[in-house]
Design a protein around this ligand. Structure first.
Ligand code: X8Z
Ligand code: ZN
Length: 619
């Protein structure tokens, strides 16, 4: 899912999903203005004032969301000057609306309100994650910058050996090539798209910081951290605590993978006392390493399951991948996707026009007009991503009857974890059930290590990346990293958390953060770190509810209606209650907790510790 572009890190008012936009019709606008003025004139607003304010605001947001989502979809699926302009206009309107509502909501600060109204008002007060200050022109400038950054990324290309490459093509090379020189060239090539973003980015930071200060926060980072039903500083500690739980597992994986890659590439490419080169891990950002699993598979280990190969062998196409993903949800009792999903989604990259290929899920009318936007390829990675995106759509539908203020994930990590939790049920036994794998080919318990290693290469490898992206943004917002330090700061954190390094000295004008979608796309990233913890917590809870015995990584909840009903009970709450309430509804616990991911990978941890015992780990 893309971010709620306009409002709220916690309570997201605007349709959430993709970006939002458009114009407020003058009649509604006038009504709201009158309502706001009435309240503004009155020093001691009443409960009735608050009620009326929320009612008018709700109507206004519903109307705005519809128009803004349409405009954002039009741009994301067809980037032109006209669609960019339309999006920027609507986003500017949204930024102004958000600021106005936030200020209006502050009027009720001292009024004692029922909990539900207080929650809505406080959500409004928090405003947008990308707030514009009130001064003339700021919202327009911000909206234009944000649209420009997003489109620059979406249309980014570079030349390699006389050929123009898109991110999709470059990613295929990074996934498949084992030639360090070629990997380096492609990795560097993609990063030539981002220096041109740096000035815009720095200006955007100035604007949203000013906006955040007007909302009463120290900077935009403090605003973002304030979106988790707890004090922002407490959230920082919470993220550190979760990282502390899982870091030992990452450290062991890093140590093992580095030594396997050292055996393949030698000391020059992979020195054993250095961070690992970021370009040789099979992914453009070194964020998940599944594409180089073959290089690190445990020696003499029993063969696992190669999902990419199975999809190809069975002649899957992208639509079929989505159909199979949908079937998982319906098998748990969720209603099938509407016909419009199939008519309106962008499942494959269209020919002849520029689109934002980065996968996202949308709900254009906050009801049933759900869609995904992907440039799907037939491989294991995109098979997972399909489930990820459908998770967003099913969540959106589950909470569609909530008031607009609550049509959002319990926290943003929940939204990112739903589909991933489902994908954890893609076990060999499940693949047999859907006809992708022959029964005789199901690997026995002696293949567990292989299966776990394959999974860890994606899920465990991701953890420090999930954490560092917003560590970087928080430091940028606080001014600890000034524009001159943007790139060095990025690599400082890449090294500190991931133990990765660039393949070569970076050029003075490099802006490597800009070569990762969520920076120019302005999507907060801590949600993915949380989701990588939560999805295992959800999976364990689901397997407990299903009464599945045996190891977590062999558990699939396919077809289980009881799990579906309990999952739905959490999902339909949307953001109406603090996230611990939602978590409790499904898992019975109120804390995010890394112990489920540790349990899932426990046999692998034992193996890694034994393998690494004589190695010098760390960097
Ligand atoms: O951006 C995404 C989703 C869309 S919300 C495809 N993800 C992160 C990324 O690609 O960097 C999913 C995992 C992390
Ligand atoms: Zn997502």
């Amino acid at each position: 899912m893309k971010h709620a572009l306009l409002l709220a890190t916690s309570l997201s008012l605007f349709a959430l999903t993709a970006c939002q936009n458009p114009t407020i019709d003058s009649e509604t606008s006038q009504t709201v203005k009158d309502a706001v003025e009435t309240v503004t004139q009155n020093d001691a607003p009443t409960l009735q004032d608050a009620k009326e304010f929320l009612e008018t605001t709700e109507a206004r947001l519903v109307e705005f969301n519809l128009r803004s989502a349409k405009t954002a979809w039009a741009k994301a699926t067809n980037i032109t000057d006209a669609t960019n302009e339309a999006e920027a206009i609507v986003n500017a309107e949204g930024a102004k609306l958000s600021t106005e509502l936030s200020n209006a909501a502050k009027r009720f600060n001292d009024l004692s309100l029922p909990a539900d109204m207080r929650r809505k008002i406080d959500g409004l007060k928090r405003g947008s994650s990308f707030p514009a200050p009130e001064k003339e022109g700021a919202a327009d400038e911000l909206a234009q910058i944000m649209t420009r950054l997003d489109s620059r990324y979406g249309t980014g290309k570079f030349t390699y050996k006389g050929e123009t490459l898109t991110l999709g093509q470059a990613s295929d090379v990074i996934a498949e090539s084992r030639d360090p020189a070629e990997l380096q060239a492609i990795w560097e090539g993609w990063r030539t798209i981002s220096p041109a973003m740096k000035d815009d980015y720095a200006r955007m930071v100035e604007i949203i910081n000013e906006g955040a200060r007007e909302l009463g926060y120290d900077d935009a980072g403090a605003l973002w951290r304030g979106g988790y039903d707890m004090d922002g500083d407490a959230f920082t500690k919470e993220a550190d605590r979760l990282w502390g739980q899982v870091k030992p597992l990452y450290d062991q994986l890093h140590c093992y993978v580095r030594s396997e890659l050292n055996e393949k590439y030698g000391d020059t490419v992979v020195p054993l006392d250095q961070p690992i080169r970021a370009d040789i891990l099979g992914n453009m950002w070194g964020q998940s390493w599944g594409n180089v699993f073959d290089e690190v598979a445990p020696a003499n280990a029993v063969k696992g399951v190669d999902v990419t190969q199975l999809l190809k062998d069975k002649n899957y196409d992208p639509v079929k991948m989505v159909e199979v993903g949908e079937k998982f949800f319906t098998s748990m009792g969720f209603a099938p996707l509407p016909e419009t999903f199939w008519e309106r989604s962008q499942i494959v990259k269209p020919e002849g026009r520029e689109v934002v290929c980065h996968a996202s899920a949308w709900n254009l009318d906050d009801k049933d007009d759900v869609r995904i936007k992907m440039c799907t390829k037939v491989n294991a990675e995109d098979f997972s991503t399909v489930h990820h995106e459908l998770g967003h759509n099913f969540y959106q539908r589950a909470y569609k009857d909530q008031p607009v203020f609550y049509r959002s994930g319990a926290n943003d990590g929940f939204h990112e974890a739903i589909g991933d939790m489902i994908a954890l049920s893609i076990t060999p036994e499940y693949l047999v059930e859907i006809g992708l794998l022959e029964k005789e080919a199901v690997p026995g318990a002696d293949a567990d290590l292989t299966l776990l290693m394959r999974q860890a290469m994606d899920k465990v490898a991701f953890l420090p990346f999930g954490l560092m992206v917003d560590q970087w943004r928080w430091k940028v917002f606080s001014g600890e990293y000034s524009p001159a330090d943007y790139n060095d700061g990025w690599w400082e954190l890449r090294e500190k958390y991931q133990g990765l390094r660039a393949p070569s000295e970076r050029p003075a004008d490099a802006f490597d953060p800009g070569a990762k979608y969520h920076i120019p796309g302005n999507t907060p990233y801590m949600r993915y770190f949380l989701a990588h913890i939560l999805q295992f917590q959800f999976h364990k809870a689901a397997c407990d509810i299903a009464g599945v015995e045996g190891p977590l990584h062999r558990c699939s909840v396919y077809n289980n209606k009881e799990v579906g009903a309990r999952f739905n009970a959490m999902m339909e709450m949307g953001q109406s209650k603090p996230w611990p309430d939602a978590l409790e509804a499904f898992t019975g616990t109120r804390d995010m907790d890394g112990s489920a991911i540790l349990e899932y990978f426990a046999p692998l941890m034992t193996y890694l510790e034994a393998e690494n015992k004589d190695k010098s780990c760390g960097w």
